[in-house]
Design a protein around this ligand. Structure first.
Ligand code: RB5
Length: 368
């Protein structure tokens, strides 16, 4: 594992001991300082150096040490994507991985001795995050981060797995009208298509281009053309239909597939009753459309059906997601990028997203 380690002057000696231990275990350790215990330094500077390596993808996890561990943990937890756990016992260290997926371990050199610090570090390295309700809770923390700092997950990532919340003002403006219970069926329908179109603009921002020759009325020049990337949009029936036209307005050559699912009243599991996809689905970038990502059950099943039929590069596009739904899709299909116009706070007892917008299908088709 690539581990970055840092301390202030108070943690310098313990840092050396732990670095040796980690290297002995075969980890790839980067020590970003401080490099002396003599001169007092400011712990936020060293926390910043270490956390930067994690957020930029150069390290998988980090260990921070100061006198009490308190300053380092406060500083580290200000950074988006850092989940730092201050631990003075093995149990907390283990649980900080299992429940909280802490990517930074913080210890206080004036609080614990070397042997205990080694044991805490070993427990933290061995434990792996649990899924289920713990993943939902962690997703709720991510949802605070997105609302506080905007979405850093915009840049495509090898292997997928992003959760991109589109906080563009036009999308947010229209989404608020769509949420309003007094919005008419016609306006609701029009706005859902408009939001889907704006989302398509955002989702397609990284499509590859090729340079082409263009003759303007004035002279010859170079321009760009989309380099033949094949797209497919796959609405999940019926509410996903409400987003299709908006996306096709921007990418008119995309093929359209359909997946129909209903929930079996006995097993409560989604059953697919219809699935028709383009023949060459395996060669296409696929956008599955499902306006409400609530429990994630139907979205996850739809993704599984598309995969069963050969789909490989799949993204999920929703208008409103709940942390529970995001967690479900991330756990069942970790490589799928999730795009949503909003990440709401939770599900209520009936499985509706709160605050949400109610039942998207009923509001689109006027069936209630
Ligand atoms: C340094 O004296 C000390 O304040 C620092 O190491 C840390 O304990 C801060 O939280």
């Amino acid at each position: 594992m690539r581990i970055v380690i840092a301390s202030d002057h108070a943690g310098f000696a313990l840092k050396g001991e732990l670095r040796e231990m980690l290297e002995g275990l075969g980890h790839d350790v980067t020590d970003v300082g401080t490099y002396s215990g003599e001169k007092p330094v400011d712990y936020p500077d060293w926390s910043e150096k270490a956390t930067e390596r994690i957020t930029s993808g150069k390290a998988d996890r980090g260990i921070l040490i100061c006198g009490t561990g308190i300053g380092m943990s406060i500083a580290a937890n200000k950074v988006r994507g850092i989940y730092a756990a201050l631990c003075d016992n093995e149990f907390s260290a283990k649980v900080s991985r299992e429940h909280n997926d802490a990517n930074v371990l913080v210890m206080g050199s004036r609080v614990i001795g070397v042997e205990l610090a080694r044991a805490i570090t070993a427990a933290w390295l061995e434990a792996e995050p649990f899924e289920g309700r713990h993943l939902v809770r962690r997703q709720k923390i991510i949802s605070y981060e997105v609302s506080a700092h905007g979405d850093p997950d915009r840049v495509p990532r090898e292997g997928g797995g992003r959760v991109v919340i589109m906080e563009h003002p036009l999308i947010q403006h229209k989404l608020s009208i769509v949420r309003d219970k007094n919005t008419s069926v016609k306006d609701f329908r029009d706005l859902v298509q408009e939001i889907a179109g704006l989302m398509a603009y955002e989702i397609s921002r990284n499509l590859p281009m090729e340079q082409i020759d263009v003759e303007t009325p004035v002279c010859a020049t170079k321009g760009f053309s989309l380099s033949g990337k094949k797209l497919a949009v796959v609405p999940v029936l019926r509410a996903g239909l409400g987003m299709v036209e908006g996306i096709l307005r921007l990418v008119p050559n995309a093929k359209v597939g359909h997946v129909g699912l209903y929930r079996d009243p006995d097993t409560l599991r989604p059953v697919d009753y219809y699935c028709k996809l383009p023949n060459d689905i395996g060669e296409r970038d696929i956008f599955i459309l499902d306006p409400m990502l609530a429990t994630g059950g139907s979205a996850s099943a739809a993704i599984a059906h598309v995969k069963d039929r050969g789909g490989r590069r799949i993204s999920l596009v929703s208008l409103i997601a709940a942390p529970e739904g995001v967690a479900k899709v991330k756990s069942d299909h970790p490589e799928v990028d999730i795009f949503s116009a909003a990440l709401d706070s939770r599900l209520n007892d009936h499985g509706y997203i709160v605050p949400g917008l109610g039942d998207a299908g009923d509001r689109l088709f006027g069936t209630k």
